[in-house]
Design a protein around this ligand. Structure first.
Ligand code: UPG
Length: 428
């Protein structure tokens, strides 16, 4: 056997946003630690600066094992996107560019042992993965509970329309007061269903969910960033064929935690913000600080920022608050917070807490002894990181999967969630 044949070579195709890229690179690192060779296929141009920085750090950390290959995205007519969300636009553009993949994959110097891709690309990639001579695996980037919901959606649609050939009726009128999923003790209430799924007019998220739902049986395996002690019942229901028949093995590969290459240097954080954050946290007593961060793609409305500031001050706790004024970090402008809060409120905020707009070392912060709680939007990666660090979490779900991920938090008892709904933050 030649040396190139003996190497395990895995190609990864992530989608857009840190919530999708982070788990991919962490899974890729697990393969690298076992001596595998990795080809990282990057759809270009990349949406956010945080993603570009992370990809560079990852590739330069493993110069001999990782090869980066660009997938140069086609230009689409903007009216075809059916969404204004830049990350969903990227999902759509990647899906329309996958015809370029076969030539990329066939030009790789070492034969592939496996191909691993993002859930948002499932439908678009099937005609390609079915022709590959290696197994293909899908990374489901949210909770196992959310996977149950997505995989079961087409069963509900078919049951509601037994005579209809089209099992993708829109809007999703077949969703009643709650969604009972076989194998799950606790049904999903209608109020937790992703708001875009329930919207009466067709939208990108709805189409993605409905078109992908009956294809979850197609990959050779599904990786989920979860683990037995957190979502054991759900993982068992999926693997015992209770949720839907014919699913491939669903592997709980979590908790995925930050790797060395993810560390944000002092210089890379906003205005060197990590250095001053460590200094400030070091001066605080154990468990006394509330960390507040609504992920890397939640654009917070200006009025809401003011309300959050008042609420945090009223809580009486010290706080470390990460605020994003724009959904895409490249569009973030210098300053801004003082304009929003006014100098009087800004001064009060500074007396009690630290507020930053840049990308922070979240795993490092969660691991700091001064941090005693985390207020988060229900982003699945953040939830798993928090559970791993043993920090109590309060989720304030807004969109997409975040009410279902928050249910996973509540049901497992690792934290609490606000159930009042997401009127406060800007909807996408
Ligand atoms: N992060 C940092 N520093 C920051 C902000 C974020 O390290 O300043 C990291 C964080 O540790 C996490 C990731 O970035 O690993 C963010 O992921 P996540 O917590 O899942 O939030 P989103 O970026 O909002 O993730 C999107 C969706 C979310 C979904 C997730 C996975 O908004 O609802 O659960 O993708 O599909």
């Amino acid at each position: 056997m030649s040396s190139s044949e003996s190497v395990v070579h895995v190609a990864f195709l992530p989608s857009a946003g840190m919530g999708h890229l982070n788990p991919f690179l962490r899974i890729a690192t697990l393969f690298l630690r076992h001596g595998c060779k990795v080809t990282l296929i990057i759809p270009k141009p990349v949406v956010s600066l945080a993603e570009s920085n992370l990809i560079s750090r990852f590739c330069s950390s493993f110069p001999h094992q990782v090869t980066q290959v660009d997938l140069n995205l086609v230009t689409l007519d903007p009216t075809t996107h059916n969404t204004k969300d830049p990350f969903f636009i990227q999902f759509n553009t990647i899906s329309h560019s996958v015809h370029l993949l076969p030539s990329i994959l066939s030009s790789l110097s070492t034969p592939l042992s496996a191909f691993i891709y993002d859930v948002s690309l499932l439908s678009a990639l099937l005609p390609i993965t079915e022709k590959l001579s290696c197994p293909s695996y899908m990374v489901f980037t949210s909770a196992a509970r959310m996977l149950c919901f997505f995989a079961h959606l087409h069963v509900l649609a078919a049951a509601a329309n037994p005579c209809e050939e089209d099992t993708h009726p829109l809007p999703c009128s077949f969703i009643g007061d709650e969604v009972k999923i076989p194998g799950l003790a606790s049904p999903i209430p209608r109020s937790s269903v992703p708001p875009l799924i329930l919207q009466p007019s067709r939208n990108f998220f709805q189409s993605l969910a409905m078109e992908g739902s009956d294809k979850f049986t197609k990959p050779d395996g599904i990786f989920v960033n979860t683990f037995e002690e957190f979502e054991g019942e759900t993982l068992r229901a999926l693997n015992e064929g209770k949720v839907v028949k014919g699913l491939p093995p669903v592997y709980g590969v979590g908790p995925l935690i930050a790797c060395e290459f993810e560390k944000v240097d002092q210089e890379q954080g906003q205005e060197g913000c990590m250095g001053s954050i460590w200094e400030w946290l070091d001066g605080k007593s154990e468990g006394s600080v509330v960390y507040v961060c609504l992920g890397n793609r939640t654009e917070t409305r200006r009025e809401q920022i003011k309300d959050m500031a008042l609420g945090l001050l009223e809580s009486g706790y010290s706080f470390l608050w990460v605020v994003k004024l724009k959904m895409v970090d490249k569009e973030e402008e210098e300053g801004g917070l003082e304009d929003v809060l006014g100098s009087e409120l800004m001064n009060k905020v500074k007396e009690k807490g630290v507020v930053v707009k840049g990308f922070v070392d979240q795993m490092g912060i969660l691991g700091h002894p001064a941090v005693g709680g985390f207020v988060n939007h229900g982003g699945w990666n953040s939830i798993v990181e928090t559970v791993r660090q043993g920090v109590p979490i309060l989720t304030w779900p807004q969109h997409g999967d975040q009410k279902i991920t928050s249910e996973a938090v509540r049901l497992s008892g690792v934290g609490v969630c606000l159930r009042s709904g997401g009127g406060g933050l800007k909807n996408w």
